[in-house]
Design a protein around this ligand. Structure first.
Ligand code: PRT
Ligand code: MG
Length: 222
């Protein structure tokens, strides 16, 4: 039995068409079902629903053989594990090209970010992505105090909690609606297929075709 870890919402919704193109369908709708384990049209493949940030952990420890996860979540997980580019022992065969966005630095429209950087001021930055943010500002030689948040990052500069945020942007509508402007791009993001290396060895015959079918399906959508 192969287990595929997905998170509800964007990742599930955008992975579904890829699965479909690979001849795989999930037999229950996570928005209406309360089940956390969903059967598919293949008796040897099931989907488990986990929090987006738990996908790497499930795959790393073999709770799932493979999973779909945003590069943001994957890199933050790796950095927390101290695996520089090592993907915490996760095999990362495919950029699925879905759930695309970018991780960016944003500030209030009236905050002069370039001036603050030029003057070498300590900038207070609120983010869910503490590791990625720390790395980014260290690379740029920008002095920051990082404040960890779990959501609604956009609120931080508006309330004076922080000068800047590091958050995901896709259309930019959320920033605009909150009078924030993007001042720096940290990294381009898309969802990745991650695979447990032990599964790849032990389940190679069932796993390999699934990986290849998803890779082919994602090339079709690129
Ligand atoms: O919600 P939960 O805490 O369970 O997990 P999650 O927030 O990590 O899950 P989810 O489903 O929101 O996001 C899953 C993955 O989708 C992320 O890890 C990203 O890789 C990817 N993704 C792509 C995005 C976006 N686009 C995106 N726009 N994730 C979040 N957003 C948010 C962003 O944080 C901001 O609040 O959408 C808002 C900005 O959108 P625009 O279009 O207004 O710019
Ligand atoms: Mg979310």
């Amino acid at each position: 039995m192969l287990t595929l870890a997905l998170s509800k919402g964007r990742i599930f919704d955008e992975t579904l068409p890829l699965l479909q193109r690979a001849g795989l369908s999930v037999l229950e709708d996570p928005e209406t079902s309360r089940k956390l384990i969903l059967p598919t049209n293949r008796a040897d493949l099931r989907v488990v629903l986990v929090r987006a940030s738990d996908v790497p952990t499930y795959v790393q420890y073999g709770g799932a053989d493979l999973g779909v996860v945003g590069l943001d979540v994957l890199l933050e997980h790796d950095a927390a594990w101290g695996h520089a580019g090592g993907a915490a022992g996760l095999y990362q065969p495919v950029d699925l090209g879905i759930a695309r966005c970018r991780l960016s630095v944003a500030v209030r429209a009236d905050f002069d970010y370039p001036a603050a950087v030029r003057q070498g001021s300590r900038i207070r930055v609120a983010t869910k992505y503490v590791q990625l943010a720390r790395q980014h500002f260290a690379d740029k030689g920008v002095h920051v105090d990082l404040i960890k948040l779990y959501g609604s990052m956009e609120l931080a500069p508006l309330t004076g909690l922080a000068d800047a945020i590091v958050d995901l942007v896709s259309t930019g509508n959320t920033l605009k609606a909150n009078n924030l402007v993007e001042v720096e791009r940290v990294i381009d993001i898309s969802a990745r297929l991650v695979v447990n290396p032990a599964s790849l060895k032990l389940e190679r015959e069932t796993l390999r075709p699934v990986i290849e079918a998803l890779a082919a399906a994602s090339r079709g959508s690129a």
